[in-house]
Design a protein around this ligand. Structure first.
Ligand code: GLU
Length: 428
Protein backbone atom coordinates (compact mmCIF):
# COMPACT_ATOMS: atom_id res chain seq x y z
CA UNK A 1 0.00 0.00 0.00
CA UNK A 2 1.05 3.63 0.03
CA UNK A 3 3.30 5.18 -2.61
CA UNK A 4 3.59 2.59 -5.37
CA UNK A 5 7.31 2.21 -5.98
CA UNK A 6 8.26 1.69 -2.33
CA UNK A 7 8.11 -1.82 -0.91
CA UNK A 8 7.57 -1.72 2.89
CA UNK A 9 9.37 -5.03 3.42
CA UNK A 10 12.45 -3.70 1.62
CA UNK A 11 12.23 -0.53 3.74
CA UNK A 12 11.98 -2.59 6.95
CA UNK A 13 14.90 -4.79 5.89
CA UNK A 14 17.01 -1.78 4.91
CA UNK A 15 16.45 -0.24 8.34
CA UNK A 16 17.27 -3.58 10.01
CA UNK A 17 20.45 -4.18 7.93
CA UNK A 18 21.83 -0.74 8.80
CA UNK A 19 21.43 -1.31 12.53
CA UNK A 20 22.61 -4.96 12.37
CA UNK A 21 25.84 -3.50 10.98
CA UNK A 22 26.12 -0.83 13.73
CA UNK A 23 25.76 -3.44 16.49
CA UNK A 24 27.81 -6.12 14.72
CA UNK A 25 25.03 -8.73 14.78
CA UNK A 26 26.16 -12.28 13.94
CA UNK A 27 25.14 -13.80 10.61
CA UNK A 28 22.68 -16.42 11.91
CA UNK A 29 20.74 -13.90 14.00
CA UNK A 30 20.65 -11.53 11.02
CA UNK A 31 19.18 -14.27 8.85
CA UNK A 32 16.64 -15.14 11.50
CA UNK A 33 15.48 -11.58 12.12
CA UNK A 34 15.43 -10.06 8.64
CA UNK A 35 12.39 -12.08 7.55
CA UNK A 36 9.38 -13.77 9.16
CA UNK A 37 9.74 -17.16 10.84
CA UNK A 38 6.29 -18.35 9.72
CA UNK A 39 3.47 -17.16 7.54
CA UNK A 40 0.03 -18.30 6.45
CA UNK A 41 -1.70 -17.30 3.21
CA UNK A 42 -5.24 -18.47 2.59
CA UNK A 43 -8.48 -17.87 0.74
CA UNK A 44 -11.67 -16.98 2.57
CA UNK A 45 -14.91 -17.75 0.72
CA UNK A 46 -17.72 -15.51 1.98
CA UNK A 47 -21.44 -15.86 1.25
CA UNK A 48 -22.58 -12.37 0.26
CA UNK A 49 -26.01 -10.95 1.09
CA UNK A 50 -27.13 -11.27 -2.55
CA UNK A 51 -26.50 -15.05 -2.49
CA UNK A 52 -23.22 -14.94 -4.44
CA UNK A 53 -19.88 -16.09 -3.02
CA UNK A 54 -16.87 -13.79 -2.95
CA UNK A 55 -13.38 -15.11 -2.26
CA UNK A 56 -11.04 -12.92 -0.21
CA UNK A 57 -7.32 -13.32 0.38
CA UNK A 58 -6.10 -13.47 3.98
CA UNK A 59 -2.72 -13.49 5.72
CA UNK A 60 -1.14 -14.05 9.10
CA UNK A 61 2.58 -13.53 9.46
CA UNK A 62 4.57 -14.38 12.60
CA UNK A 63 7.87 -12.56 12.34
CA UNK A 64 9.47 -13.61 15.60
CA UNK A 65 8.22 -15.07 18.88
CA UNK A 66 11.45 -15.46 20.88
CA UNK A 67 10.26 -12.99 23.52
CA UNK A 68 6.70 -14.31 23.75
CA UNK A 69 3.59 -15.06 21.68
CA UNK A 70 3.45 -13.15 18.38
CA UNK A 71 1.33 -10.01 18.66
CA UNK A 72 -0.15 -7.63 16.14
CA UNK A 73 -3.23 -6.38 14.39
CA UNK A 74 -5.27 -7.50 11.39
CA UNK A 75 -5.69 -4.91 8.65
CA UNK A 76 -8.57 -4.67 6.26
CA UNK A 77 -7.50 -2.82 3.13
CA UNK A 78 -8.14 -3.19 -0.62
CA UNK A 79 -4.45 -2.62 -1.36
CA UNK A 80 -3.04 -4.95 1.28
CA UNK A 81 -0.07 -7.04 0.09
CA UNK A 82 1.91 -9.95 1.54
CA UNK A 83 5.03 -7.78 1.76
CA UNK A 84 3.16 -5.05 3.64
CA UNK A 85 1.97 -7.59 6.21
CA UNK A 86 5.52 -9.00 6.48
CA UNK A 87 6.99 -5.54 7.10
CA UNK A 88 4.32 -4.73 9.67
CA UNK A 89 4.93 -8.05 11.46
CA UNK A 90 8.63 -7.21 11.65
CA UNK A 91 7.90 -3.73 13.02
CA UNK A 92 5.66 -5.37 15.67
CA UNK A 93 8.65 -7.38 16.92
CA UNK A 94 10.66 -4.17 17.39
CA UNK A 95 7.64 -2.37 18.86
CA UNK A 96 7.04 -4.96 21.60
CA UNK A 97 10.77 -5.06 22.34
CA UNK A 98 11.20 -1.28 22.63
CA UNK A 99 8.49 -1.05 25.31
CA UNK A 100 9.87 -4.25 26.86
CA UNK A 101 6.73 -6.36 26.96
CA UNK A 102 6.98 -10.18 26.77
CA UNK A 103 5.57 -10.53 23.26
CA UNK A 104 6.87 -11.11 19.75
CA UNK A 105 5.75 -9.67 16.43
CA UNK A 106 2.98 -10.71 14.06
CA UNK A 107 0.50 -9.14 11.69
CA UNK A 108 -2.51 -10.19 9.67
CA UNK A 109 -4.53 -8.83 6.86
CA UNK A 110 -7.41 -9.32 4.50
CA UNK A 111 -7.53 -7.76 1.05
CA UNK A 112 -10.97 -6.17 1.27
CA UNK A 113 -12.77 -2.87 1.65
CA UNK A 114 -15.06 -3.13 4.69
CA UNK A 115 -16.70 0.17 3.67
CA UNK A 116 -18.34 -1.78 0.84
CA UNK A 117 -19.44 -4.76 2.96
CA UNK A 118 -22.61 -5.10 5.03
CA UNK A 119 -22.39 -5.93 8.75
CA UNK A 120 -23.32 -9.57 8.04
CA UNK A 121 -20.71 -9.87 5.31
CA UNK A 122 -18.07 -8.37 7.61
CA UNK A 123 -19.01 -10.87 10.32
CA UNK A 124 -18.72 -13.84 7.92
CA UNK A 125 -15.36 -12.52 6.69
CA UNK A 126 -14.02 -12.23 10.26
CA UNK A 127 -15.19 -15.72 11.14
CA UNK A 128 -13.68 -17.07 7.91
CA UNK A 129 -10.29 -15.52 8.75
CA UNK A 130 -10.32 -17.23 12.16
CA UNK A 131 -11.37 -20.61 10.71
CA UNK A 132 -8.38 -20.48 8.37
CA UNK A 133 -5.79 -19.98 11.14
CA UNK A 134 -7.56 -21.25 14.27
CA UNK A 135 -4.91 -23.90 14.91
CA UNK A 136 -1.96 -21.59 14.32
CA UNK A 137 -2.94 -18.70 16.60
CA UNK A 138 -4.08 -18.52 20.24
CA UNK A 139 -3.42 -16.86 23.62
CA UNK A 140 -0.03 -18.57 23.99
CA UNK A 141 0.93 -18.63 20.29
CA UNK A 142 -0.17 -15.52 18.43
CA UNK A 143 -2.59 -12.85 19.62
CA UNK A 144 -4.33 -10.63 17.01
CA UNK A 145 -5.77 -7.14 17.50
CA UNK A 146 -7.39 -4.34 15.48
CA UNK A 147 -5.50 -2.26 12.93
CA UNK A 148 -6.43 -0.14 9.90
CA UNK A 149 -10.21 -0.40 9.32
CA UNK A 150 -10.74 -3.25 11.82
CA UNK A 151 -12.35 -2.56 15.19
CA UNK A 152 -13.67 -3.95 18.48
CA UNK A 153 -16.78 -5.49 16.93
CA UNK A 154 -14.63 -7.44 14.45
CA UNK A 155 -12.44 -8.67 17.33
CA UNK A 156 -15.46 -10.02 19.21
CA UNK A 157 -16.73 -11.96 16.18
CA UNK A 158 -13.23 -13.38 15.79
CA UNK A 159 -13.08 -14.34 19.47
CA UNK A 160 -16.49 -15.99 19.26
CA UNK A 161 -15.42 -18.08 16.26
CA UNK A 162 -12.15 -19.09 17.95
CA UNK A 163 -13.98 -20.11 21.14
CA UNK A 164 -16.57 -22.06 19.15
CA UNK A 165 -13.84 -24.01 17.37
CA UNK A 166 -11.81 -24.67 20.52
CA UNK A 167 -14.77 -25.28 22.82
CA UNK A 168 -14.06 -22.94 25.73
CA UNK A 169 -13.62 -19.34 26.74
CA UNK A 170 -10.23 -17.90 25.71
CA UNK A 171 -10.52 -14.13 26.14
CA UNK A 172 -6.72 -13.76 25.92
CA UNK A 173 -6.84 -14.93 22.28
CA UNK A 174 -7.43 -11.47 20.89
CA UNK A 175 -7.20 -7.85 22.10
CA UNK A 176 -9.03 -4.64 21.27
CA UNK A 177 -12.31 -6.28 22.32
CA UNK A 178 -15.27 -4.15 23.41
CA UNK A 179 -15.19 -2.96 27.02
CA UNK A 180 -17.44 -5.28 29.04
CA UNK A 181 -16.63 -8.20 26.72
CA UNK A 182 -13.02 -8.66 27.75
CA UNK A 183 -11.73 -5.35 26.46
CA UNK A 184 -9.58 -2.99 28.50
CA UNK A 185 -10.60 0.51 29.40
CA UNK A 186 -8.21 2.91 27.69
CA UNK A 187 -7.46 0.60 24.72
CA UNK A 188 -9.27 2.87 22.25
CA UNK A 189 -7.29 5.88 23.41
CA UNK A 190 -3.99 4.03 23.88
CA UNK A 191 -2.21 4.44 20.54
CA UNK A 192 -2.96 8.15 20.15
CA UNK A 193 -2.30 8.93 23.81
CA UNK A 194 0.93 6.91 23.73
CA UNK A 195 2.20 8.98 20.81
CA UNK A 196 1.55 12.19 22.72
CA UNK A 197 3.21 10.85 25.89
CA UNK A 198 6.39 10.42 23.82
CA UNK A 199 5.95 13.87 22.24
CA UNK A 200 5.47 15.43 25.69
CA UNK A 201 8.78 13.89 26.81
CA UNK A 202 10.57 15.01 23.65
CA UNK A 203 9.36 18.60 24.09
CA UNK A 204 10.49 18.51 27.73
CA UNK A 205 13.98 17.30 26.76
CA UNK A 206 14.25 20.00 24.11
CA UNK A 207 12.90 22.72 26.45
CA UNK A 208 9.89 23.51 24.25
CA UNK A 209 6.64 24.60 25.89
CA UNK A 210 3.83 22.55 24.23
CA UNK A 211 1.52 25.56 24.55
CA UNK A 212 3.68 27.46 22.04
CA UNK A 213 3.48 24.71 19.40
CA UNK A 214 1.22 23.81 16.49
CA UNK A 215 0.74 20.51 14.68
CA UNK A 216 -0.51 19.00 11.44
CA UNK A 217 -1.84 15.43 11.21
CA UNK A 218 -2.10 13.05 8.30
CA UNK A 219 -5.14 10.81 8.80
CA UNK A 220 -8.08 11.29 11.13
CA UNK A 221 -8.83 7.77 12.31
CA UNK A 222 -8.53 6.37 15.82
CA UNK A 223 -4.84 7.20 16.31
CA UNK A 224 -5.02 10.83 15.13
CA UNK A 225 -8.27 11.58 16.94
CA UNK A 226 -7.00 10.59 20.39
CA UNK A 227 -3.54 12.02 19.76
CA UNK A 228 -5.11 15.35 18.77
CA UNK A 229 -7.31 15.40 21.89
CA UNK A 230 -4.38 14.83 24.25
CA UNK A 231 -2.16 17.26 22.34
CA UNK A 232 -4.82 19.95 22.84
CA UNK A 233 -4.81 19.15 26.56
CA UNK A 234 -1.06 19.90 26.59
CA UNK A 235 -1.95 23.32 25.18
CA UNK A 236 -0.99 22.75 21.52
CA UNK A 237 -2.94 23.93 18.48
CA UNK A 238 -3.94 21.63 15.58
CA UNK A 239 -3.76 23.63 12.36
CA UNK A 240 -4.42 20.89 9.82
CA UNK A 241 -5.58 17.30 9.43
CA UNK A 242 -5.94 15.27 6.27
CA UNK A 243 -8.49 12.52 5.79
CA UNK A 244 -9.49 10.00 3.16
CA UNK A 245 -12.79 10.70 1.42
CA UNK A 246 -14.42 7.40 0.57
CA UNK A 247 -16.93 8.84 -1.90
CA UNK A 248 -14.34 10.89 -3.84
CA UNK A 249 -11.65 8.19 -3.48
CA UNK A 250 -9.03 10.75 -2.52
CA UNK A 251 -7.77 12.54 0.56
CA UNK A 252 -8.20 16.20 1.50
CA UNK A 253 -6.47 18.43 4.01
CA UNK A 254 -8.68 20.46 6.35
CA UNK A 255 -6.98 23.61 7.62
CA UNK A 256 -7.91 26.29 10.09
CA UNK A 257 -5.00 28.59 10.88
CA UNK A 258 -6.67 29.59 14.17
CA UNK A 259 -6.78 25.98 15.34
CA UNK A 260 -9.31 23.26 14.51
CA UNK A 261 -12.11 22.45 16.98
CA UNK A 262 -11.13 18.79 17.23
CA UNK A 263 -14.23 17.59 19.16
CA UNK A 264 -16.52 19.07 16.52
CA UNK A 265 -14.39 17.68 13.68
CA UNK A 266 -14.59 14.21 15.28
CA UNK A 267 -18.39 14.57 15.33
CA UNK A 268 -18.19 15.28 11.57
CA UNK A 269 -16.11 12.13 10.91
CA UNK A 270 -17.39 8.61 10.15
CA UNK A 271 -16.09 5.43 11.79
CA UNK A 272 -13.50 4.94 9.02
CA UNK A 273 -12.02 8.43 9.52
CA UNK A 274 -13.68 10.26 6.58
CA UNK A 275 -14.56 13.88 7.37
CA UNK A 276 -17.80 15.44 6.09
CA UNK A 277 -16.61 18.35 3.90
CA UNK A 278 -19.66 20.57 4.44
CA UNK A 279 -19.49 20.24 8.19
CA UNK A 280 -15.75 20.93 8.12
CA UNK A 281 -16.43 24.14 6.19
CA UNK A 282 -18.94 25.16 8.86
CA UNK A 283 -16.10 24.72 11.38
CA UNK A 284 -14.07 27.29 9.47
CA UNK A 285 -11.80 24.80 7.70
CA UNK A 286 -10.40 25.47 4.26
CA UNK A 287 -10.30 22.34 2.12
CA UNK A 288 -6.92 21.80 0.49
CA UNK A 289 -5.36 18.98 -1.47
CA UNK A 290 -4.20 15.73 0.07
CA UNK A 291 -0.52 16.71 0.37
CA UNK A 292 -1.11 20.05 2.07
CA UNK A 293 -0.88 18.50 5.57
CA UNK A 294 2.87 17.99 4.99
CA UNK A 295 3.53 21.53 3.78
CA UNK A 296 2.14 23.52 6.71
CA UNK A 297 4.18 25.99 8.78
CA UNK A 298 3.82 24.04 12.01
CA UNK A 299 6.25 22.78 14.66
CA UNK A 300 5.10 19.17 14.66
CA UNK A 301 4.04 16.73 11.95
CA UNK A 302 2.11 13.65 13.03
CA UNK A 303 1.65 11.21 10.11
CA UNK A 304 -1.07 8.83 11.36
CA UNK A 305 -2.37 7.13 8.24
CA UNK A 306 -0.46 4.58 6.18
CA UNK A 307 3.11 3.65 5.23
CA UNK A 308 5.26 5.38 2.55
CA UNK A 309 3.75 8.85 2.89
CA UNK A 310 6.89 10.95 3.43
CA UNK A 311 9.13 10.07 0.49
CA UNK A 312 12.11 11.46 -1.44
CA UNK A 313 9.54 13.21 -3.68
CA UNK A 314 7.84 15.32 -1.00
CA UNK A 315 10.31 15.49 1.90
CA UNK A 316 11.62 18.87 0.66
CA UNK A 317 8.12 20.32 1.06
CA UNK A 318 8.36 20.04 4.84
CA UNK A 319 8.45 23.59 6.23
CA UNK A 320 11.62 24.85 7.91
CA UNK A 321 9.45 25.49 11.00
CA UNK A 322 8.97 21.74 11.58
CA UNK A 323 11.13 20.54 14.47
CA UNK A 324 9.42 17.26 15.46
CA UNK A 325 7.90 14.32 13.59
CA UNK A 326 5.82 11.82 15.56
CA UNK A 327 5.07 8.71 13.52
CA UNK A 328 1.60 7.63 14.61
CA UNK A 329 1.37 5.33 11.57
CA UNK A 330 3.56 2.33 10.85
CA UNK A 331 6.30 3.02 8.29
CA UNK A 332 5.12 6.47 7.10
CA UNK A 333 8.67 7.60 6.20
CA UNK A 334 10.68 5.88 3.47
CA UNK A 335 14.42 5.33 4.13
CA UNK A 336 15.48 7.90 1.47
CA UNK A 337 13.25 10.58 3.03
CA UNK A 338 14.52 9.56 6.46
CA UNK A 339 18.08 10.49 5.42
CA UNK A 340 16.93 14.01 4.52
CA UNK A 341 15.00 14.38 7.79
CA UNK A 342 18.02 13.23 9.78
CA UNK A 343 20.26 15.74 7.92
CA UNK A 344 17.85 18.56 8.70
CA UNK A 345 18.09 17.73 12.38
CA UNK A 346 14.33 17.22 12.82
CA UNK A 347 13.58 15.34 16.05
CA UNK A 348 12.09 12.02 14.91
CA UNK A 349 9.98 9.86 17.21
CA UNK A 350 9.97 6.68 15.13
CA UNK A 351 6.84 4.62 14.50
CA UNK A 352 7.58 1.55 16.56
CA UNK A 353 8.23 3.76 19.58
CA UNK A 354 5.63 6.49 18.95
CA UNK A 355 2.72 4.16 18.25
CA UNK A 356 3.62 1.40 20.74
CA UNK A 357 0.86 2.55 23.10
CA UNK A 358 -1.71 0.37 21.34
CA UNK A 359 0.13 -2.88 21.75
CA UNK A 360 1.23 -1.95 25.27
CA UNK A 361 -2.41 -1.57 26.25
CA UNK A 362 -3.19 -4.79 24.37
CA UNK A 363 -0.68 -6.48 26.63
CA UNK A 364 -2.52 -5.03 29.65
CA UNK A 365 -5.78 -6.29 28.13
CA UNK A 366 -4.35 -9.78 27.79
CA UNK A 367 -3.18 -9.76 31.41
CA UNK A 368 -6.65 -8.60 32.53
CA UNK A 369 -8.44 -11.12 30.28
CA UNK A 370 -6.26 -14.02 31.38
CA UNK A 371 -6.79 -13.22 35.07
CA UNK A 372 -10.44 -12.18 34.56
CA UNK A 373 -9.86 -9.08 36.67
CA UNK A 374 -10.29 -5.66 35.09
CA UNK A 375 -8.59 -2.43 36.07
CA UNK A 376 -9.94 1.11 36.32
CA UNK A 377 -9.22 3.42 33.38
CA UNK A 378 -6.89 5.67 35.40
CA UNK A 379 -4.81 2.67 36.39
CA UNK A 380 -4.52 1.53 32.74
CA UNK A 381 -3.52 4.98 31.49
CA UNK A 382 -1.05 5.50 34.32
CA UNK A 383 0.66 2.19 33.56
CA UNK A 384 0.65 3.09 29.86
CA UNK A 385 2.27 6.45 30.54
CA UNK A 386 4.94 4.81 32.73
CA UNK A 387 5.82 2.27 30.01
CA UNK A 388 5.86 4.80 27.16
CA UNK A 389 7.88 7.35 29.13
CA UNK A 390 10.45 4.73 30.16
CA UNK A 391 10.77 3.51 26.56
CA UNK A 392 11.16 7.06 25.25
CA UNK A 393 13.80 7.89 27.86
CA UNK A 394 15.87 4.77 27.13
CA UNK A 395 15.87 5.55 23.39
CA UNK A 396 16.58 9.25 23.92
CA UNK A 397 19.45 8.61 26.31
CA UNK A 398 21.07 6.12 23.94
CA UNK A 399 20.67 8.53 21.03
CA UNK A 400 22.39 11.30 23.01
CA UNK A 401 25.11 9.05 24.43
CA UNK A 402 26.07 7.46 21.10
CA UNK A 403 25.06 10.36 18.85
CA UNK A 404 22.49 8.23 17.04
CA UNK A 405 19.38 9.24 15.13
CA UNK A 406 16.33 8.40 17.26
CA UNK A 407 15.15 5.68 14.85
CA UNK A 408 18.56 4.00 14.93
CA UNK A 409 18.71 4.23 18.73
CA UNK A 410 15.27 2.60 19.02
CA UNK A 411 16.37 -0.15 16.64
CA UNK A 412 19.59 -0.77 18.59
CA UNK A 413 17.59 -1.30 21.78
CA UNK A 414 14.95 -3.53 20.17
CA UNK A 415 17.24 -5.65 18.03
CA UNK A 416 19.59 -6.23 20.96
CA UNK A 417 16.68 -7.37 23.16
CA UNK A 418 15.29 -9.75 20.54
CA UNK A 419 18.76 -11.02 19.60
CA UNK A 420 19.42 -11.79 23.24
CA UNK A 421 16.14 -13.74 23.54
CA UNK A 422 17.03 -15.67 20.37
CA UNK A 423 20.46 -16.49 21.80
CA UNK A 424 19.17 -17.50 25.22
CA UNK A 425 16.75 -19.93 23.57
CA UNK A 426 19.68 -21.38 21.62
CA UNK A 427 18.27 -20.44 18.22
CA UNK A 428 21.42 -18.72 16.99
N1 GLU B 1 -2.36 -2.68 15.29
C1 GLU B 1 -1.71 -1.99 16.37
C2 GLU B 1 -0.26 -1.72 16.03
O1 GLU B 1 0.13 -1.64 14.88
C3 GLU B 1 -1.91 -2.71 17.69
C4 GLU B 1 -1.40 -4.10 17.75
C5 GLU B 1 -1.83 -4.86 18.98
O2 GLU B 1 -2.48 -4.27 19.83
O3 GLU B 1 -1.49 -6.03 19.05
O4 GLU B 1 0.54 -1.50 16.89
Amino acid sequence: MGAGEYNPLENAQEQFDGVAEIIGLDEATRQLLREPMREYHFLIPVKMDDGSTQVFKGFRVQHNDAKGPAKGGIRFHPEETADTVRALAMWMTWKCAVVDIPLGGGKGGIICDPRNLSENEQERLCRGWVRAVAKDVGPFVDVPAPDVMSSAKHMLWMLDEYETIHGGRYPGFITGKPVGMGGSLGRTEATGYGAIYTLREALKEENVDPATTSASFQGFGNVAQYAARLYLELGGKVIAVSSWDHADKKAYTFRNANGIDIEKLIEATDTFGSVDKDKARELGCEILDENAWLEQDVDILIPSALENQITAKNVDKISSQVKFIVEGANGPTTPDADVAIKERGIFMIPDFLANAGGVTCSYFEQVQSNTNYFWEKDEVLEKLDTKMTAAFKAVYELSKRNNLYMRDAAYVISINRVAQAVKMRGWA
